[in-house]
Design a binder for this molecule. Structure first.
Ligand code: PA5
Length: 464
């Protein structure tokens, strides 16, 4: 189970930089309104992502495909943004970091490569490492729109590789996750005869981790997707609670809203004290940035809102970022993530008993040191009046990760309501996508190509 601990975000601990009882009383009507709106959207079925944990067929369809590919040695996921970050977060949280280095016999699923860029060196590296294992490799191409340039280019390369090396049956080893009825990828998948999974129409990319987008790679790599979905559903139910302090998503959103608007803290750091949870912070970064960074509110007025999500890793970034977090501008709000029982532990040996600077460590568990450092950082930040909350996980398991994902998705919806913006669109991403089409010579983008031309010429005057 996940719990939100928020004492260190209060004025009691961090003075004027924290939330006072008065701040809470002031924000309560606003968060209550936001909650009412979001719960109404849930009830009327308009909020697609909250329906995913109890969808009647998605998980079963995924399991059927997993059974079909249970002997695969490698899985390559092609996608970007919301079509990749959830897959990466689930794999890193719930499987060991050494997964791809394990022998096929030891691993309980295929090696996983999520190619979420068009870096030619990275793509070549994966092709090379797959080598002759291509005949036991599954490619899962994921794109809701079916036309994203990055995913399309990755797909063209891997499809051709499989077609030429594997011959006729290549299509059996490709799974396309895309719109159920339309789109370029949908049409190709139909024509080639791939197995297909669905990105639901009413679920945006960055909210899609609990759909078939995230479930297939997770399940094939041995993650218990029933537990994942059960955790998400349990959090969804907890977030129906109308009492603010008993509703973790409402509380989290309320604190983040006050920090952003009243306390001058638009920088929202997520700092897990667990390597496994670091990529969850990456997932959060996209969810928060793309959903809440908006120029216009729902009425069309210019607002330029959106807290900046930042990821950091404890303890590593104590030796990199914490100097800034404690003594730099007091513009940050930190969300620590703490794990009570880590997936594996290790004890320091009984050595150096006579070395005063080291003897305190002998025979201690490493998890004790990690968690002590988290409390130490929390304390040091509080002393400098830097507010924080902690997401407390009793363990890292699929249930808790499901809870975490749903908690942040609902908090994002609530924050969007409070800011008065639409958290489900991403208009600012579109211009870059279209400019790429223009630069790459796609038909219909000729005017845009003209507009971009000055940016393609190097003005040597400005070269230093
Ligand atoms: O959250 C989003 O909507 C985006 O990050 C998309 O997931 C990303 O742009 C990829 O889009 P698509 O799945 O259509 O290829």
């Amino acid at each position: 189970m996940i719990q939100l601990y928020w004492k260190n975000a209060t004025s009691k601990v961090v003075g004027e930089h924290g939330i006072s009882p008065q701040d809470l009383a002031t924000i309560e009507p606003k968060i209550n309104n936001a909650l009412e709106t979001v719960l109404n959207q849930c009830k009327s079925g308009r909020l697609g992502y909250v329906k995913l944990p109890t969808h009647p067929t998605y998980a079963a369809e995924v399991k059927a495909l997993v059974e079909k590919h249970k002997d695969a040695t490698d899985l390559i996921v092609l996608g970007i943004g919301g079509s990749a970050l959830g897959n990466i977060a689930l794999q890193s949280a719930l499987n060991p970091a050494t997964w791809n280095l394990m022998s096929d016999r030891k691993r309980k699923g295929p090696r996983l490569f999520v190619i979420d860029n068009v870096d030619p060196a990275a793509v070549n590296d994966v092709i090379k490492i797959i080598g002759r294992r291509l005949k036991t490799t599954v490619v899962n191409v994921i794109s809701k729109s079916g036309e994203t340039a990055e995913t399309a280019s990755q797909f063209m390369i891997f499809r051709e590789l499989m077609r030429t090396k594997l011959g006729e049956g290549f299509a059996k080893q490709i799974v396309a996750t895309t719109d159920a009825n339309k789109g370029t990828l949908h049409s190709i998948a139909k024509a080639d005869g791939y197995d297909m999974l669905v990105v639901p129409d009413d679920v945006g990319g960055r909210f899609s981790v609990l759909s078939q987008v995230g479930l297939f790679s997770a399940a094939l790599c041995g993650i218990d997707i029933d537990e994942l979905l059960a955790g998400a559903q349990a959090m969804y139910e907890r977030c129906q609670n109308l009492t603010l302090v008993e509703n973790p998503a409402a509380m989290l959103a309320a604190i983040k809203y006050v920090m952003t608007t009243e306390k001058g803290k638009p920088m929202h750091v997520m700092m897990p004290y667990s390597n496994r949870l670091y990529m969850l912070a990456d997932w959060y970064r996209q969810l928060w940035a793309e959903s809440l960074g908006k120029q216009y509110d729902r009425d069309g007025s210019e607002v330029f809102v959106g807290p900046t999500p930042i990821k950091a890793l404890g303890t590593t970034d104590q030796h990199s970022q914490v100097q800034l977090y404690r003594e730099g501008p007091n513009d940050k709000f930190t969300q620590f993530i703490e794990v009570k029982k880590h997936p594996k532990d290790i004890r320091m040996p009984d050595v150096f008993g006579d070395v005063p600077g080291l003897s305190y460590l002998r025979r201690e568990k490493m998890s004790k040191l990690l968690n002590a450092e988290k409390v130490a950082t929390e304390y040091a930040m509080a002393i400098s009046q830097r507010p924080s909350v902690t997401l407390k996980l009793d363990a890292i398991n699929a249930t808790n990760i499901g809870e975490f994902l749903m908690l942040y998705e609902i908090a994002t919806s609530l924050m969007g309501e409070m800011l008065g913006i639409d958290p489900y669109d991403q208009p600012a991403v579109e211009l870059g996508k279209q400019a790429t089409f223009a630069l790459m010579g796609r038909d219909g983008y000729e005017d845009m190509a003209k507009a971009i031309r000055p940016f393609t010429r190097l003005d040597k005057k400005y070269l230093s």
